[in-house]
Design a protein around this ligand. Sequence first.
Ligand code: SF4
Ligand code: SF4
Length: 375
Amino acid sequence: MTRISNGENASAVFDLGLMQIQISANTAAERNMQTGVQPTSLTILPTYKCNASCRDCCFQSNPRLSTRLSGKAILDRINEAKAKFPSIRQIIFSGGEALLLKGDLHDAVRLASELGLGTRLVSNGFWGKRQQTSEAFARDLRTSGLKELNLSTGLDHQEFVPEESIVQAAAAAISQRITTLITVEVDSAESKCLESLLAHPSIHTLNNTGLLRIISNSWMPYDSSESARHAPNSGTQLRKGCSQIFNNITIKPNDRLSACCGLTLERIPELDLGANSGNNMRELYDAQQDDLMKIWLHLDGPHQIISASTPGHLQSKLDDVVHICQACTLLHRDPEIAAYAQAAAVRMMPELITRFTIRVEADKHLKRGVTHVQP
Ligand code: SF4
Ligand code: SF4
């Protein structure tokens, strides 16, 4: 980890393994107040348990997992996030399959709505099997205050939840005026899940409501022995800065805070920010701003970091990478790549901090709507 830790007299020490560089700077909390970097969303992963067990699930979810956040812990974390981060606008519930929490999920959605926050639920649509059941699920979600539903499907998902359930779940949600996004994992050479969904007779009608969107997302193999499926736009998506770091915080089923809800978060220990105590979320969030690698991830993303800091033979390891979070795993887990990247971060420290500060300041102005140019 490329970490800036607080030294004496509130100056900062950039800690890069064995190397420490002290510079004139403030504590993380003080810098935070100066730069104004703030999260805009909280993701809650209340459980990794899932009724499905997709082959390449990033969390290796399955019906046998039991670790989960209690209903009380979920409500407490929402209240704490609202109190400590006025910038948070939306709570995202994902998993695993969050709907397995039944009443606890509805209570959480209701609380977030009552606090004036937007709500989004990510689900595999298992509840769309029968029309009556799907309508009851959608009605309950609407009553709780849910604003957005994201349904995940594709070749692997459809081994457990068929296309028809996805269409029925989408129809039920839209009938309750819940904005719905269907995300289809990129097809293999043999599969045509996206084509089939787009040709489904109900989809055209649902499209006309203006409440449905369908996208095809990058698909990432969990096991590297699986062949990769390339998304048409994966090149552009891969080379961007990470939009999660600093903008989103995530609570995991073991009640620990994570810097992102990226697909590979459980494979990168550096993304774990620490255990929630009930009143330390702000401190855990602020402390990550002492990590120079997170600043670089936010600015340029893992693909660009590897490209910019490693020799050619290591850059070739990016050839099979199809997802930004896959590049992130490579950056943190490959010892040679990590060493080159950390050394580069030391060399580039003034540049990275300057760019980060300018970026955050510029974002503040954009949020305030300062957009005109005086002639
Ligand atoms: S539906 Fe989603 S969470 Fe469940 S096993 Fe499949 S990929 Fe994992
Ligand atoms: S790129 Fe890394 S930091 Fe960003 S979401 Fe993916 S795993 Fe998390």
